[in-house]
Design a protein around this ligand. Structure first.
Ligand code: SF4
Ligand code: SF4
Length: 143
């Protein structure tokens, strides 16, 4: 009787451990968080902001973004910035192609400050040197 109770308790504990492991596996906590040259992406305020009064709902921004940052609200005929942190840091394609000038970004000086002050240059150089196989090319020198 006592042996059966102990065994039940052990089985119960194992079950709890297994459940916690499965929960952890399905959570995102253990996955590497996206970063930009070593800086956590969530710490960089780079994403499009749409001025609704100017937008005519043409969808150029939605279709033109290669990173699926936008969704489209078909009921209200407006784009939505649905995945802001997927926006490529430094890209302004949607701003440049919006016929209404309805999209804006922070000034480039914001990024340049980050590049200079947060070790981006050194990080980039280190990454470049450790990926020679991937990036090696040869400039054709004129004779
Ligand atoms: S491109 Fe400009 S006008 Fe067209 S849907 Fe996007 S924000 Fe609106
Ligand atoms: S800036 Fe580039 S990556 Fe970012 S939302 Fe616009 S088109 Fe997409």
């Amino acid at each position: 009787m006592l042996r059966a109770t102990v065994r039940n308790r052990i089985e119960y504990c194992i079950l709890i451990v297994v459940i916690r492991e499965v929960e952890w596996l399905f959570s995102q906590e253990h996955l590497p968080q996206p970063s930009w040259h070593g800086i956590p992406r969530k710490n960089i305020d780079w994403y499009p902001v749409i001025e609704p009064e100017l937008c005519i709902g043409c969808g150029i921004c939605v279709l033109g973004c290669g990173r699926q940052v936008f969704k489209f609200d078909y009921e209200n005929n407006v784009p939505i910035v649905a995945d802001a942190l997927n926006c490529l840091v430094g890209c302004t394609t949607c701003e440049n192609t919006c016929p209404q000038h309805a999209i804006s970004f922070p000034p480039m000086s914001y990024l340049h400050k980050i590049i200079k002050k947060r070790g981006v240059i050194q990080h980039s150089r280190t990454e470049l040197m450790s990926n020679m196989q991937k990036y090696t090319g040869k400039k054709q020198l004129k004779t």
